[in-house]
Design a protein around this ligand. Structure first.
Ligand SMILES: [Ca+2]
Ligand SMILES: [Ca+2]
Length: 358
């Protein structure tokens, strides 16, 4: 299982960093991680049971939490980003979509039912990490660790670290937990993990077109899905980043991390948090030039992936931006804009939601 080359770069750079949290991050060996994991086993089992119980209670007291989206035509994309143009006419068939991002409680129910192990929790294959000493190949994932001072925005390794032991149950590293976060979106899930959940739930991941159609919700084209203003009527419309990225998150919208789903207003279709909160995997492979040749009728993505920034790395589309996006940086909550990520990689601001056919 080859992880995102960013993660490889982070591991390698941490090896050669003499100070700070990066060194600490890779200093956790397999042995200590195993000991730590074993010590936490019973606590984990209890937590999973409790989360699964809450999930059952939630699903019993509501509908299945999906919204019907009537099919139709729309103009997809934006001229503001090279990989999101041209704006082109697309039609989609009707479909059901989760009204909110998949939560920790929902993912816990999946894991409890199937014993599924996410990619971030699996051993790393040394063949995928030439030059990295075996003791550093510890299961983990990418975690946002803000620098303490303002930094230039040209090197993401200043705020992304590979943290051994980070996983969906420990989103920010082994010391963190999802206890009390049952209704927050699950994170640290790769595309393959999200797909496995969707199949178990009798659903599927949305196509990129379905995701954008739901986000536009029949509204006229404006800069943001919610309108032309970043902060309509003085209120934040989605969980994004305020302050100075990446070191000073003022959390003016109430959340410096993910928010419980449905914390912000729903869109006209009754769907929550498409923009912001956590990035969402789509089923489509990512190509930067796909919109130039995309089919207009229910497009399902290209047959091959290509990201000129990382040729040869298979990526899938992500949409909506996250609690780490601001108008200063990332800004991919802007209507029609696109994101992408390596198929087996995860991080702590990336989740998903599902759709279902009629
Ligand atoms: Ca926020
Ligand atoms: Ca979202």
């Amino acid at each position: 299982m080859k992880k995102y080359s960013l993660i490889v770069a982070i591991i390698l750079s941490a090896l050669y960093t003499a100070s700070g949290q990066e060194t600490k991050a890779v200093a956790v060996t397999t042995t200590t991680c195993e000991a730590m994991c074993k010590a936490n086993t019973s606590k984990k089992a209890l937590l999973l049971q409790s989360i699964e119980k809450k999930s059952k209670e939630n699903s019993a007291s509501s509908s299945d939490g999906m919204v019907w989206v009537e099919g139709g035509d729309f103009n997809m994309g934006t001229e503001d980003y090279p990989d999101a143009k041209p704006v082109h006419k697309v039609s989609v068939k009707g479909y059901w979509i989760d009204e909110h991002e998949v939560t920790n409680a929902q993912f816990a129910a999946f894991v409890a039912a199937t014993n599924y192990v996410t990619i971030a929790e699996r051993p790393l294959n040394p063949a995928d990490y030439p030059g990295v000493p075996l003791e550093n190949l510890v299961p983990g994932s990418a975690v946002f660790v803000p620098p303490t001072t303002k930094v230039s925005l040209d090197n993401i390794q200043q705020w992304w670290q590979y943290v051994p032991g980070a996983s969906w149950q420990h989103p920010n590293g082994p010391e963190s937990s999802i206890e009390g976060l049952e209704n927050n979106p699950v994170v640290q899930v790769s595309y393959l993990d999200a797909k496995a959940y969707a199949e178990w739930a009798g659903k599927r991941l949305p196509t990129e077109a379905e995701w954008e159609f739901a986000a536009r919700a029949g509204r006229k084209h404006t800069k943001y899905y919610w309108g032309q203003e970043l902060k309509p009527n003085g209120k934040w419309a989605a969980n994004i980043f305020q302050g100075t990225f990446p070191n000073n998150n003022t959390a003016e919208d109430g959340f410096s991390d993910s928010a419980p789903v449905k914390s912000f207003p729903k869109n006209p279709l009754g769907i929550y948090d498409l923009e912001g909160n956590v990035w969402e995997w789509c089923n489509d492979l990512y190509r930067d030039d796909y919109y130039k040749t995309s089919a207009g009728d229910n497009p399902k993505g290209p047959s091959t992936s290509n990201d000129p920034e990382e040729p040869g790395v298979e990526k899938h589309v992500q949409r909506g931006g996250s609690y780490l996006c601001s108008d200063q940086y990332c800004i991919r909550y802007v209507a029609g804009s696109r994101g992408k990520g390596e198929t087996t990689s995860a991080c702590n601001h990336l989740g998903f939601r599902c759709v279902k056919d009629k």
